[in-house]
Design a protein around this ligand. Structure first.
Ligand code: B12
Length: 222
């Protein structure tokens, strides 16, 4: 019985990965619908189906095997599929455990990772206000202030945009809010050393770590 489940899951995930690599939106949506029907967990569909495929596209891009339009097509296919999956995430608890403002930094249009982080945080009972992509440092701080957020979460996917994460912390310092509003960062070019060097309060390698870091910063132990 357990093996049957595993086989069904593996089959869906492999088909899903292949369909993203073919940029076949209809096929991807069909597989996602079937997989959800077969009770494949939404996190598994994302982590083991969609994400390996989009990473593979990134690697092919790096090797000059595919070009920008292919990355655009693949990201649109993945974005659509994530929109189908989102309602199937377990709802977070009624009680809101904390409020965050989440965005991608200035100059950076990559938002798939930010969206995955948002889904996971919401599923874990956090209120997340998505302020979009290509967001200026000052806007992160203004929005967090006006919404009474305890945490700013900033995503950066490029080495050229990562410095804007530091600008957010500098903005907080200027506003006298450093330490009062915490900052958590993540995304491809980020790592714990970078987080430490810019004075960020937390770093998450992926959406699961994002949730763990937010809990740590808010002193939530479960
Ligand atoms: C899809 C994609 C695009 C899409 C983005 C669409 C969209 N709506 O997001 C499009 C086609 C628009 C694009 C454009 C470009 N891209 Co691009 N893109 C990618 C690609 C293939 C996948 C990124 C992705 O979505 N991954 C899936 C998500 C789920 O993973 P993730 O973002 O890493 O997020 C996870 C973690 O990092 C973490 N996380 C993310 N954010 C946060 C935030 C917090 C707070 C926390 C705690 C955790 C966290 O959790 C997430 C979930 O696990 C990557 C390759 C790669 N390997 O990353 C290149 C890549 C990021 N792109 C790259 C480049 C160069 C570009 C362009 C400059 C190309 C060009 N010549 O124009 C433009 C720049 C546009 C701009 N101004 O931003 C480079 C960046 C190189 C670098 N180091 O600087 C990469 C690495 C490709 C490469 N190998 O060269 N891209």
């Amino acid at each position: 019985m357990v093996n049957n489940f595993m086989n069904t899951f593996a089959k869906h995930l492999e088909k899903l990965r292949a369909a993203v690599l073919e940029y076949d939106a209809d096929e991807v949506n069909k597989i996602v619908a079937e997989a959800l029907e077969d009770n494949v967990p939404p996190t598994q569909l994302i982590d083991e189906g969609l994400l390996p495929a989009i990473r593979e596209i990134g690697e092919r891009f790096e090797r000059n095997e595919v070009f920008l339009p292919h990355m655009v097509m693949a990201s649109e296919v993945v974005d659509d599929a994530m929109k189908m999956i989102e309602p199937h995430f377990a709802q977070g608890e009624e009680r809101v455990r904390g409020r965050l403002v989440l965005g991608t930094v200035e100059g950076d249009l990559h938002d798939l990772g930010k969206n995955v982080v948002m889904m996971m945080l919401k599923a874990n009972g956090f209120e997340v206000i998505d302020i979009g992509r290509d967001v200026k440092a000052a806007t992160f701080v203004e929005r967090a202030k006006e919404l009474g957020a305890q945490i700013i979460a900033a995503s950066s996917l490029m080495s050229t945009t990562r410095p804007y994460q530091r600008e957010i912390i500098e903005e907080l310092e200027r506003a006298g809010l450093k330490g009062k509003i915490k900052v958590i960062i993540g995304g491809g070019p980020c790592n714990p050393e970078w987080a430490k060097s810019i004075g960020a309060d937390g770093y998450g390698h992926d959406a699961v770590e994002a949730v763990a870091e937010v809990k740590r910063l808010l002193g939530i132990s479960d």
